[in-house]
Design a protein around this ligand. Structure first.
Ligand SMILES: [Zn+2]
Length: 197
């Protein structure tokens, strides 16, 4: 199944419902100029389907039915994830203090390599843990990191600092990261197990 980002074109969106062998699944049909029928389950647990205006609804529903196992499984997983209890390792204030202190702790290494002390910002981000604006020297961290243990938060700080040397996730970037975080693969794996919402 092709996964695609769908634009919010409310005029072309229609709420539909499909019966998967007795289980009713609502979905949103978006009519747009695409070649294939695309379906995607968003974090809100809603199935978004995009199809060309010329594709009849019956064909869209036949496509969805052919993907029933995948869709139902994904919906169940999503529901379980949304209700799973999460362990908080920090309060939001503690997280901000921890990250700020850790940035100051590791900064001398980066100062030695010509990186100005960055502005540190916090924002609730659900699609990523942090970001680095290399040109403006801003590091932004997701407040969702309060669900991550200390060593993973440290990894995110070092990851974002490493972007001052390589903007993308190239081999050169990971070489930089590994210098300061030899266990980065383990940290990253642990972080991936934490679901954010
Ligand atoms: Zn990155």
């Amino acid at each position: 199944m092709k996964m695609a980002m769908l634009p919010y074109m409310s005029a072309d969106m229609k709420d539909m419902e499909l019966n998967f062998g007795g289980r009713k699944v609502p979905y949103v049909l978006v009519r747009k100029n695409v070649k294939n029928i695309n379906a995607r389950i968003k974090d809100d647990g809603i199935v978004y389907v995009s199809a060309n205006p010329f594709v009849p609804k019956a064909q869209v529903e036949a496509f969805l039915l052919s993907k029933a196992d995948f869709i139902l499984h994904a919906l169940d997983q999503n529901a379980a994830r949304m209700h799973a209890p999460r362990k908080a390792y920090f309060t939001e204030e503690e997280l901000k203090a921890f990250i700020t202190a850790y940035c100051e702790k590791v900064y001398p290494y980066y100062a030695g390599r010509g990186v100005p002390f960055p502005e540190i910002r916090f924002r609730k981000m659900v699609s990523r843990w942090g970001s680095c604006h290399t040109g403006r020297h801003i590091l932004t961290f997701s407040t969702n990191l309060l669900y991550a243990p200390e060593e993973c938060v440290e990894y995110v700080v070092l990851h974002e600092f490493s972007h001052f040397f390589a903007a993308n996730h190239s081999a050169a970037f990971y070489a930089e990261l590994e210098k300061v975080c030899p266990l980065y693969k383990e940290r990253r794996k642990k972080l991936k197990e934490i679901h954010i919402r």
